[in-house]
Design a binder for this molecule. Structure first.
Ligand SMILES: [Zn+2]
Ligand SMILES: [Zn+2]
Length: 346
């Protein structure tokens, strides 16, 4: 199927219009007309080959929301016209302990990524969501509640689930004190979810200018981290800290903000390994943990939760010819709070 897209033709090169063929719709496949595709920071890392060798030409994009345009003969879960989402992976081994318990993102053989890798056939290069149509096995696609605006849904498929999953895993609930480090594409979803779960939510941000937005999203407190003095009054305050910052941070300063048995969960990948003083773990029986996106059942649960609570990502909709500029602005944290590409402009 002829597919129009935007691709990086080599490492670090600007994205340009590109055409390729997707596979025909198989018995268990659904095809979707993409409506919106989010720009995730990991797209930028992979185009720039900052995470090891990439495959080019590369069509990035793993925050995909669209409408089903055709279904294979054996498809049972989707019909033409349904709102449908595709996230960070399009398949996995389906038989390992993690796949069979719905944790496909931790497939022991490695999940099959939405782009910059090979599809399950082991030979077709997977092409992502900066394109006008997509074909996926129905088992790895998600239902989008009909009441949600697709442009604000697209980033839920990566940024959203990246925060929803640890918030569920660490049982965020009324009475808990949760801090979110960084109010960007990831962090703002953490604020919305933790607020919806009833927690007392504090935003820790180096940008004092984001305070009004934090409160508008439901946060209860805002601490500007560009002033070290501000850390003093919040020592031993939080049950859970969600670190969405991919830049280097003085992690010990944040560990000290955890209460007894508190956990700091890392969801962003910094360029340099953490160096921590374990005294800050011992002195409060604290933990540092990591979390990566979420599995299919949990992504569906999140989308249903968003439908019920009317939660969306805050987005700036851009046309495809703006992608390169959007990359520059994303790296500069100059976006409120996620760029999504209007796929009709591809
Ligand atoms: Zn992503
Ligand atoms: Zn598996």
């Amino acid at each position: 199927m002829k597919t129009k897209a935007y691709a990086a033709m080599s490492a670090g090169s600007p994205l340009v219009p590109f055409t390729f063929d997707r596979r025909d719709v198989g018995d268990h496949d659904v095809a979707l007309k993409i409506s919106y595709s989010g720009i995730c920071h990991s797209d930028i890392h992979q185009v720039a080959e900052e995470w090891g060798p990439s495959i080019f030409p590369m069509v990035p994009g793993h925050e995909i929301a669209g409408i089903v345009s055709s279904v294979g003969s054996k498809v049972t879960n989707f019909k033409i016209g349904d709102a449908i989402g595709v996230g960070v992976f399009i398949d996995s081994c389906r038989v390992c302990d993690n796949c069979t318990t719905g944790l496909q993102q931790y497939c022991v053989k490695g999940m099959i990524g939405t782009y910059n890798g090979l599809e399950s056939d082991g030979e077709t290069v997977a092409m992502g969501g900066y394109s006008d149509l997509f074909v996926i096995n129905e088992d790895y696609a998600l239902h989008i509640p009909a009441n949600l605006d697709l442009k604000g849904v697209a980033p839920l498929l990566c940024a959203g689930i990246t925060l929803y999953s640890p918030i569920k895993r660490w049982n965020v609930s009324p009475g808990m004190h949760v801090a979110v480090m960084g109010l960007g594409g990831l962090g703002h979803m953490g604020v919305k979810f933790a607020v919806a779960m009833g927690a007392h939510v504090t935003v820790l941000s180096h940008s004092p200018g984001k305070e009004a937005d934090a409160f508008a999203m439901g946060a209860h407190s805002f601490v500007a981290t560009n002033n070290p003095d501000n850390f003093k009054s919040i020592q031993k305050s939080f049950d859970l800290i969600l670190n969405t910052i991919s830049a280097e941070v003085a992690i010990d300063d944040y560990l000290k903000l955890l209460k007894l048995d508190g956990t700091l969960v890392v969801v962003g990948i910094p360029g340099e390994p953490y160096k921590i003083n374990v005294r800050n773990l011992l002195s409060g029986r604290r933990s540092i943990a990591g979390s990566m996106i979420g599995g299919l059942p949990e992504i569906q649960e999140m989308l249903d939760f968003c439908g019920k609570h009317n939660i969306l990502s805050e987005v700036e909709v851009v046309s495809a010819d703006y992608i390169n500029e959007a990359y520059v602005r994303t790296v500069a944290s100059d976006v409120k709070y996620r760029f999504v590409i209007d796929a009709s402009t591809i």
